[in-house]
Design a protein around this ligand. Sequence first.
Ligand code: PLP
Length: 402
Amino acid sequence: MNEQVDISYVANPRSRRRYDAKTLTKSYSPSVASSVRAFHRSIPRYKPTPLTMLPHLAYGLQVNNIWVKDESYRFCLNAFKILGASYAMAHLLAEKLGLRPESLAFDQLLSEPCRKKLQDITVATATDGNHGRAVAWMAKQIGCKSVVYMPQGTSRSRYDAVKSHGAKTIVIDGSYDEAVRLARSKAEEHGWLLIQDSAWEGYEEIPTLIMQGYLTILNETLDQLEGETPTHVFVQCGVGSLAASLQAYLYELFGRNRPLLAVVEPSQAACFHESMRNYDGKPKKATGDLSTAMAGLACGEPSLLAWNILRDYADVFVSCPDYLAINGMRILGKPVRGDERIISGESGAVTLGMLAHVRTHLENAEITNILELSRHSRILLISTEGDTNPEAYRKIVWEEDF
Ligand SMILES: Cc1ncc(COP(=O)(O)O)c(C=O)c1O
């Protein structure tokens, strides 16, 4: 493997100093996480996704432990995104229907009077695949209509997955960020409810609910860890909602003693990395052309809410070339003897690809110190998707074609 890799990183000088014993924001407190999880539990067939330990890989990479939270099992949807879309949509629609969102159970939305009103509602969103599929799935469950905009170059399988849940699905002649702008203007024009997982000035309530929905991942993980705590959390980042919600919750739980959190992006869509590298307090657009195999992370503009959290609390921002994601898929798909196999897509596997690369090739490089990696590290990774593009998965993992 080429050791002169295009992996790039920035340490955040502000991250640990800002702890002041106050809550960062009440939106991501343990009590919010419990009520979000209670809502998810009320969805039929809810089950915590597996937390898989990879002791043999950890031994090989000379770290103490590696856990992978495997979101490919999430409600048979192959990705974590349903946690945010289901919670946000239920919360908003409950308000509209005069139900109490704080203690809402999923089946309340299925009552006859609710269904009658829900069939007149249309939700809209833009997506690289997983979020749109989640919105379409939830809309179908509760009987409202959905319209989903996807960027140019979307794979057939991602398109079909969204469409299979009954959404009107439109592939535009533009990037993910352009799809977001189009969904926004079409929603305004037609009076649709925009369920977007990114925030901007004046559009914050729904992305906050989506980020709260993601708290279930860590809430389950903490139960599964049975008192053990990771020293590191590496999390992949598109618009940053997932990373920021994890970061906020970790802060609420552990304060100054929280694990080191590294935000990991594709080199071609590294808007957080670039915002941090050219820091002036404001988020910047990615300078890359967004062409990356990590389709779920091909976002050029940070979510404002996510930026406000990660800017002040995340510890390290790393940008990675595609082949590290590919390596991550292969390592998880063809594991070291004795470890369990995990099916992880490009966006799901990049953090493991990054970790393996740093431990194998960059042990004496600065990034090892910046990431504070050692034999004592206990690292939590989230495989955020399975083989959401099965054809590409087979080519990459079976035929080694990349
Ligand atoms: C599989 C996968 N992982 C990670 C992410 C990143 O999440 P966020 O956009 O909240 O940063 C996405 C976003 O679509 C995704 O689809």
